[in-house]
Design a protein around this ligand. Sequence first.
Ligand SMILES: [Zn+2]
Length: 464
Amino acid sequence: MMQWTVRLEVRTSAGEVKTTELVTISRPAVVSTLAEVGLALAETKALLAKLQASMLCGQVAAYAAQHRVCAACGILQPLKDRRTRRLQTLFGTVEVEAPRFKVCGCRRATPLAEVTVSPVCALLTARCTPELERVQAELGARTSFRDAARILDTLLPASPANQESVRTRTHAVALRIEADDRQAAAEVTAVRDDTAKVTAADASRPVVMLDGAYIRAVPGHQVRNFEAICGKVERVGHPTRRFALVRSVAEQPHALLRAALQDQGWREGDAVTAISDGDPALPALVRSATACPVEPILDWFHLSMRVHHVQQVMRGLCALEPPPLAPLDRAQIDVERLRHLLWHGHHEKACEALGRIVSWAQDAIVLNIPVVDAKAKRLVARCAELRSYIESNEGALIDYGERYRAGKPISTSRAEGTVNQLVSARMNKRRQMRWSPRGAHRVLQVRAAVLDGRFGHPAIQLAV
Ligand SMILES: [Zn+2]
């Protein structure tokens, strides 16, 4: 038999040394299997728990002893009673002594008033260590609460590793992140002089990319799905900042975006560009966050998809045998020009072209057999869709070609990546997962912070 004994040597500030035995590990003198080689997880957990308990009790006892001395006159305050407090940590729950003392007579307002103090209670301001709370919240934001609890329980003597405590702590951390964001939003400074406004005008202008995502609601909720708004703020020279919110439950939805902008060095009055998919609520959110006019840009990807739909129907018509009676050439040319016109910001010309395509399609409906008729009607519908999309987003159409050549973003495809990272990977892929708007909103706060690396260490790429 071979034995390893781990002894802890504690040296106090007074130079006193005390040795305690933590654990003894035994193995056969000569091992016969691989499993017997080296430390086992259970031994490691026991060792960590004992080390933690010993360290914590020693520290708390020293703290209590120091605070027993009256700060004013220096005498020892009398002991009132001995109590205990429990502290939850990553390395187990530790019960510590929390003696109460009678406040020294020299500091009492009236000699008869007996007041007690409990220094340990003043030190242990929460039931758990900040580190345990942070790790539980981070795991809870990365994976399901149940899995987070299992991971902790598997690897550490952490206390108490159940999904309820992971949920509670994730929510608590989210509330703090949100409160910090509201604080940051309130502290945004304004641009004072116009020169600063001009320099911030273009190259370093923050770009907000927004997109919506649907999350399945818990049964009994008024709707089957509810929307989360996700996005990111990008600015040259700054790390990307993600944000996400469920509008109906966020205390101040715009404050969360405003805080993200502030984090990028944005000041009130600096111009902001907002790229989104045509939902007017999204640029409106940016406007309420900045309290200034915003340059809205319609996402090129969504516009381009609608052009693609028109092209597809037209190609179907061209492929018909025999060809439609109304001559196709002009309409075909107009369809092929649509993308080019919109790419260069000529949306009025694009609408004129759409008008000609529709009038050609109406001729074709009158002149032709049913198979052409059906396709021509579909062409009219697709053109109408594109046209109303263009008209309702007129103020957000730009010369995409020029912006693209300048190396600036024209699409929310990157925001869609954010939706995947923030929402889909945690909330949608597992089909059984249903959320309350409040629960989803809170997990999103922590998840965005974790992915940004605002949580204390670098963001780790998740398997999406
Ligand atoms: Zn005193």
